[in-house]
Design a protein around this ligand. Structure first.
Ligand code: SAH
Ligand code: SF4
Length: 379
């Protein structure tokens, strides 16, 4: 049986290589070929001994999910729908901005946490993504974006099959947010291994500040992330009190707001940024009043934080409506006047329904809910 080398971070790859009688330094070389030069054919890895290349082609593959759709919106937002087998699809989205390019990455097929306003949650849960499927989203996006920019192809033509490090085209993806489908901390080990690759200088070399995990508030896993791989943290708060949060984010019944905020405080001791980002979806008439904003200010007074207000993205059969621009503005201004840095998420890529936090994909539910494929999202 062959292994998929995309399932391994540097430690895993080193173990695999020593296990087949190879030197551990080969791991760094292979990581570079795969993650920096976007190669998947061992024959091209010209600084590996021929014997090793042959051995690898028998024992291993470098395999990413198949691209089912690849679409770019008028504002440059690009969305990939990827097949992960058994009629399941996941999405990743690239959002270009002036000074950065952010890739929104999925961590599960569906999500079991069933937040009331989330189309992923409504579709049910199928399975965790493998490391290869998580890092494969970055591998594919990085490769396609660089190829679209034309740089890597022309470098290859100029310099043969080996691209000197100094001549690498600049990365287009500068930031990662784990805000696609799924709850990243519910797929903890695979997500941490993928994060290790995002941060590894021999792979993607991103700083911990530029990689953000978004969680609905799995408190014990937040503590484990703090120990294992403290990247930037975003927490989906969405409500100023437990009664409302129990309804919007049902996991709140297990880990209520005071436990969640205490976990944020612990996380801040090691976080790469000195604040937690609180995400707050703006739902018309549900959590968007001036008194909700004031209650929120009191709630978070001891937690260094920033707020990101997300106008609700509607989807078919959803019971909620997006807050009016006026209520969003009033809500934002109340927070800002209380000294809280607050941004409103721009709705991007609307023509392809690609706004991050609203990735639909295609889920064959394996839980008690629904059980049907969401064809709506495939349009
Ligand atoms: N499971 C994680 C990360 C994925 S969702 C989490 O819940 O944090 C990324 C963000 O998008 C979360 O804040 C989530 O609450 C929000 N979101 C989900 N559905 C949305 C919708 N329909 N409109 C706007 N934001 C939404
Ligand atoms: Fe899952 Fe996040 Fe959607 Fe909640 S908002 S159902 S945790 S993906």
């Amino acid at each position: 049986m062959t292994v998929n080398l995309l399932d391994y971070d540097r430690e895993g790859l080193t173990d695999f290589l020593t296990g087949i009688g190879e030197k551990s330094f080969r791991a760094k070389q292979i990581l570079k070929w795969v993650h920096q030069f976007g190669r998947s054919d061992f024959a091209e890895m010209s600084d590996l001994a021929k014997g090793l290349r042959e051995k690898l082609s028998k024992l291993a593959v470098i395999s990413v999910p198949e691209v089912m759709r690849d679409h770019t919106a008028a504002d440059g937002t690009r969305k990939w729908l990827l097949s992960v087998g058994a009629n399941n699809g996941i999405e990743s989205v690239f959002i270009p901005e002036k000074n950065r390019g952010t890739l929104c990455v999925s961590s599960q097929v569906g999500c079991a946490l069933a937040c009331a306003f989330c189309s992923t949650g409504k579709q049910g849960f199928n399975r965790n993504l493998t490391v290869a499927e998580i890092i494969g989203q970055l591998w594919l996006a990085d490769k396609s974006l660089r190829e679209s920019a034309g740089s890597q192809t022309s470098l290859l033509a100029q310099h043969g099959s080996f691209i000197p490090q100094t001549l690498q085209s600049p990365r287009v993806v500068s930031n990662i947010v784990m805000m696609g489908m799924g709850e990243p901390l519910a797929n903890f080990e695979n997500v941490v291994t993928a994060l290790n690759l995002m941060l590894d200088d021999h792979a993607y070399g991103l700083s911990r500040r530029r990689v953000t995990v978004s969680t609905s508030g799995l408190v014990p896993a937040m503590d484990r992330l703090r120990e294992r791989c403290p990247v930037a943290l975003a927490v989906s708060l969405h409500a100023p009190n437990d009664a409302l949060r129990d309804y919007l984010v049902p996991i709140n019944k297990k880990y209520p707001i005071n436990a969640l905020l205490a976990a944020c405080q612990r996380y801040l001791q090691v976080a790469p940024r000195d604040f937690i980002t609180f995400e707050y979806v703006m739902l018309d008439g549900v959590n968007d009043s001036a008194s909700d904003a004031k209650e929120l200010i009191k709630l978070v007074k001891d937690v260094p934080c920033k707020f990101n207000l997300i106008p609700f993205n509607t989807f078919p059969n959803s019971e909620f409506k997006r807050s009016s621009p006026e209520s969003v503005r009033v809500f934002r201004d109340i927070l800002i006047q209380a000294g809280l840095v607050t941004t409103v998420r721009k709705t991007r890529g609307d023509d392809i329904a690609a706004a991050c936090g609203q990735l639909a994909g295609q889920v064959r539910d394996k839980t008690r809910r629904a059980g049907k494929v969401n064809l709506e999202s495939m349009r």
